[in-house]
Design a protein around this ligand. Structure first.
Ligand code: ADE
Length: 227
């Protein structure tokens, strides 16, 4: 099985380590299923102060990330290996969903570029970026959190990243339905009882109940998923 490599390009590289070194993302690295590489765009600046941004031509508020550090960093990486996708995370991109996560989890090497300030020079998007992804219709102050969201969704899909009992195949969204309601011990808590069927030991009835509840819950909370 081939390992996935994700290269993150960012102006705030410190955002990444705590998330990447915790939980499933840490375990996936320890199991040699995925490799993360973080590149600080300031390190690629040819400016003696390490500046990577400048004001937009034609005026407008805020600063844009310049071509030079991004082209230098991505071209260096592309000279070292082939990349399946060079992703720019932006609220203008295609909405991220489970299908896209499944697709990306089959790739070998991916670059994810995080923007900051008011965005990036259009020439980066025109000549380097192969895919633009948004994680939702709201604006965050940078692409670091979206990059981590995408990496997490990919990593948990790699066979072996999750234990059998937590397999991604039973996730909500995987089969187009939400998961049924779930309960754990005790069977009665403050007078609230777990549905009897779940403690009945009858596996056929339990499966039927779960499928029914899954459908009911999806219909109630996310009717758009059933269309
Ligand atoms: N950068 C800022 N907001 C974003 C969003 N919603 N999705 C992806 N990248 C972003």
């Amino acid at each position: 099985m081939s390992k996935i490599r994700i290269d993150f390009l960012s102006t705030l590289p410190d955002c990444f380590s705590s998330v990447l070194n915790t939980g499933i993302l840490r375990i996936a690295q320890e199991k040699n299923l995925i490799d993360f590489h973080i590149h600080n765009l300031h390190d690629y600046s040819d400016n003696k102060f390490g500046h990577i941004d400048d004001t937009p031509y034609g005026g407008g508020a805020g600063m844009l990330i310049k071509c030079q550090p991004v082209f230098d960093c991505i071209n260096k990486l592309k000279n070292e290996r082939d990349y399946d996708e060079i992703i720019y995370v932006t609220p203008e991109g295609k909405l991220f969903d489970q299908n896209m996560a499944n697709e990306l989890s089959l790739m070998k090497s991916i670059i994810i570029l995080s923007g900051r300030y008011k965005g990036i020079d259009q020439r980066i998007r025109d000549s380097l970026i192969t895919r633009e992804i948004s994680i939702g219709d709201y604006v965050l102050s940078g692409g670091e959190l979206p990059s981590l969201v995408i990496a997490d969704a990919i990593a948990r899909l790699i066979p072996g990243a999750l234990g059998d009992s937590e397999s991604a195949l039973t996730d909500s969204h995987m089969d187009g339905l939400l998961e049924p309601p779930q309960y754990t011990r005790p069977a009665i808590y403050n007078g609230m009882e777990v549905p009897k069927v779940l403690t009945s030991g009858n596996h056929k009835l339990i499966t039927e109940w779960k499928e029914k509840k899954s459908r009911e819950k999806t219909n109630k909370l996310r009717p758009d998923m059933l269309k």
